[in-house]
Design a protein around this ligand. Structure first.
Ligand code: PLP
Length: 380
């Protein structure tokens, strides 16, 4: 079938492909420990579900304003001092904000600096806009200042900063955010700050947002999501916060793409803004504990940087690979042999790595690592 060159140049999301494989094995009766998930295991809080149901029962089932419900935009704007509802766009997940951003900011041939490893959709969405992702390797999952500065060319339009990071769990320290802000001003670049995991930072760290740097607010867009923060991935509600002309442009695109986000899902998001903060604090504590358990196992089996955010480990598995074996081969063999599913690093632009999600129940976490350890020690 003849399809557009644009879509042929893009790969299907490999994490989605892996999820399909797991489902197939599961439906065949296999007991799978799924470390490939990209969402928290916590049930959506009752208050959010109840508000959504109440909205539905009230008949909130019609089209709404394209850019999002006024009350929701105002509630979100409260986290961005100096910005108002006109600086906020509600979209179908932060994924849609990101897609829209690349469409409205980039022309064919433009470049975006993308620290690598990176979340799958960034590079593919940049390509869908006809532009070019310029991957810059990180060092122990942290930004390499010199390499990033050297990668800027006259075609560079933006730099993408994803902290806490998927797939590595890295959290960038404020001093790194400061030089990114300086670089963006000096070289006239946009900064796209993906803060989808803003609520999940550990070790008593605070989440540092690039929004703190006032001098870059005319070139900054902060992308966040209700998905991970409130365990409501299926609601599909995320948002972008940025300068008004950019938000208007994103709204124009959205008006031709999807229109408003599901009306009653937005009521759920509004309830999330009022959620008792101790709920998420408790989740954070549990995830920090799981991070420790997972890291202890992973550091015994592989070379593994200790991450401080999100809910992933991204170990280097080089020492476990046979000659010619790739991380994708390794992950497939692991799934076959032990029923433990992980995502191969190739999906994130990194060879010889796997991504392990520890956002699973504690017993499942231990069970999966025990199976993995047994199989790997046997193979020694
Ligand atoms: N950004 C990052 C870094 C992610 O990991 C994800 C989801 O995995 C998203 C954005 C998209 O999330 P959503 O569209 O559910 O808001």
């Amino acid at each position: 079938m003849r399809l557009s060159r644009r879509i042929e140049a893009v790969e299907a999301s490999r994490t989605v492909r892996f999820t399909a494989l797991i489902e197939r094995l599961r439906s065949g009766g296999r007991d799978i420990v799924n470390f490939a998930v990209g969402e928290p295991e916590f049930p959506t809080p009752d208050a959010i579900v109840a508000a959504t149901q109440a909205a539905l029962a009230r008949g909130e089932t019609r089209y709404g304003p394209v850019a999002g419900m006024a009350r929701l935009r105002s509630a979100v704007a409260e986290s961005f001092a100096g910005w108002g509802p006109e600086n906020i766009l509600i979209a179908n997940g932060s994924k849609q904000i990101l897609y829209g951003l690349f469409q409205v900011l980039l022309d064919p041939g433009d470049e975006v600096i993308l620290p690598n490893p990176h979340w799958v959709s960034f590079s593919q969405q940049i390509r869908l806009a006809g532009a070019c992702p310029v991957m810059v390797d990180t060092h122990r999952h942290q930004l390499d200042r010199r390499a990033i500065a050297a990668a800027v060319t006259p075609r560079t339009r933006a730099i993408l900063v994803n902290s806490p990071n998927n797939p590595t769990g890295a959290v960038y320290p404020p001093q790194d955010l400061a030089w990114i802000a300086d670089l963006a001003r000096e070289r006239d670049l946009w900064i796209i700050a993906d803060e989808a995991y803003a609520f999940f930072v550990y070790d008593n760290l605070d989440h540092h947002s690039l929004f703190a740097y006032e001098a870059i607010r005319d070139r900054l867009i902060v992308v966040r999501s209700f998905s991970k923060s409130f365990s409501m991935t299926g609601f599909r509600v995320g948002y972008g916060a940025g300068p008004e002309p950019l938000i208007r442009a994103l709204g124009k695109l959205q008006s031709h793409l999807t229109g408003n986000v599901c009306t009653f899902a937005q009521h759920g998001a509004l309830a999330a803004m009022d959620l008792d903060p101790t709920v998420v604090q408790k989740w954070r504590g549990e995830l920090a504990e799981k991070r420790d358990i997972a890291h202890e196992y992973a550091a015994r089996l592989f070379t593994c940087v200790r991450p401080q955010g999100a809910f992933y480990l991204f170990p280097d598995i080089s020492a476990r690979l046979q000659k010619g074996e790739t991380a994708e081969d390794f992950a497939a063999a692991l799934l076959e042999k032990t029923g433990v599913a992980v995502v191969p690093g190739e999906a994130f632009g990194a060879q010889n790595h796997i991504r392990i999600s520890y956002a699973v129940p504690k017993e499942t976490l231990v069970e999966g690592f025990e199976r993995m350890e047994k199989a790997l020690l046997e193979a020694e």
